[in-house]
Design a protein around this ligand. Structure first.
Ligand SMILES: [Zn+2]
Length: 309
């Protein structure tokens, strides 16, 4: 993926050099290919995720190192510890079990396929009743609040900017403006020679970005609250399923098995254009949300490194 450009070109060149020296060894396969970086401790938890964040947000994350046998990262002069995937400051570490882990998703880059689930996952899905499911667990907000410099509706309202995505007006976090511009340029090129892509883009009615709210059926802040998620809403879903909860509520018992032909989907080339700029597509989640794109460059970096293993 291209360097994220909320920093200047000279910085990019510098970071590319930095990445060559440090990131490549860190992300190389732990099994199989030899490691050229013997000075990097490999055995401490959070290594891949912490370095993915550092790679994704070089203007925010200023240092990474092992402290107390786990990886930690520094932002605004404060250290956040891996803490079983919670990314907690020192004073919260002892209470890590009170929080849910940050989701990194087992995200597969490239063309969409309906995921083949393990029997254990199917059993878990069969056991849950979406009508009664309310997830009361909380996420520690401090890490993402600091990362995006947003910690309330008022501060979010002040930060957000209006831009256009695939011709549609949308309000987002400023971090997304340049990646969106590059998505627009790439899709603009595709449209010229590909009638199917053109038809898809013309079928879009609205884009919904910033919206201060929790994830449905949870107490956890949605990435829409940070302006880092965008829903691309078409004029019509053509009687296809678009969101797992609506499918479940409409009486489809085994909604996770819905074939691609019964889902409203985004063309693969458009998904790839978003992924190349650090966005994941919610249509690839088991609990699918097919209008949803989320700016998670750290997840893209992790997926790239994982798929190389
Ligand atoms: Zn969404």
């Amino acid at each position: 993926m291209k360097a994220l450009t909320f920093f200047n070109r000279r910085t990019t060149v510098f970071l590319s050099f930095f990445a060559f020296l440090y990131i490549v060894p860190i992300f190389s396969s732990p099994s199989g290919s030899p490691s050229p970086a013997p000075f990097v401790p490999r055995e401490f938890p959070g290594q891949d995720e912490v370095h993915a964040f550092a790679q994704a947000y070089p203007s925010r994350i200023t240092a990474t190192r092992v402290i107390d046998d786990q990886w930690a990262l520094e932002m605004d002069g404060r250290w956040y510890f891996w803490a079983e995937g919670r990314l907690l400051p020192n004073e919260e570490r002892a209470q890590w079990e009170e929080y849910v882990s940050i989701r990194f998703y087992n995200y597969d880059l490239g063309p969409f396929e309906v995921t083949q689930l393990s029997p254990a996952t199917v059993a878990r899905l069969e056991a849950q009743n979406p009508a009664e499911t309310f997830d009361r667990r909380i996420r520690f907000n401090g890490f993402f609040d600091s990362l995006y410099q947003v910690n309330s509706r008022v501060s979010a309202d002040r930060v957000m900017v209006r831009t256009r995505i695939l011709g549609l007006s949308v309000r987002v976090h400023p971090l997304l403006v340049d990646p969106i511009r590059r998505v627009n340029r790439r899709v603009g090129e595709l449209v010229k020679n590909n009638p199917a892509i053109q038809t898809f883009v013309q079928s879009l009615h609205q884009a919904h970005g910033y919206n201060w709210r929790n994830i449905a059926n949870t107490l956890r802040r949605s990435f829409h609250s940070y302006g880092t998620a965008i829903d691309l809403v078409p004029y019509t879903y053509q009687r296809r399923q678009v969101y797992w909860l609506w499918a479940a509520q409409s009486g489809i018992d085994r909604w996770w098995e819905l074939p691609e032909t019964e889902r409203w989907v985004v063309p693969d080339q458009i998904i790839e254009a978003f992924e190349a700029e650090g966005f994941i597509w919610g249509g690839k989640w088991v609990s699918f949300d097919n209008i949803h794109f989320e700016y998670r460059p750290e997840v893209i970096f992790l997926s790239g490194s994982l798929s190389n293993k």
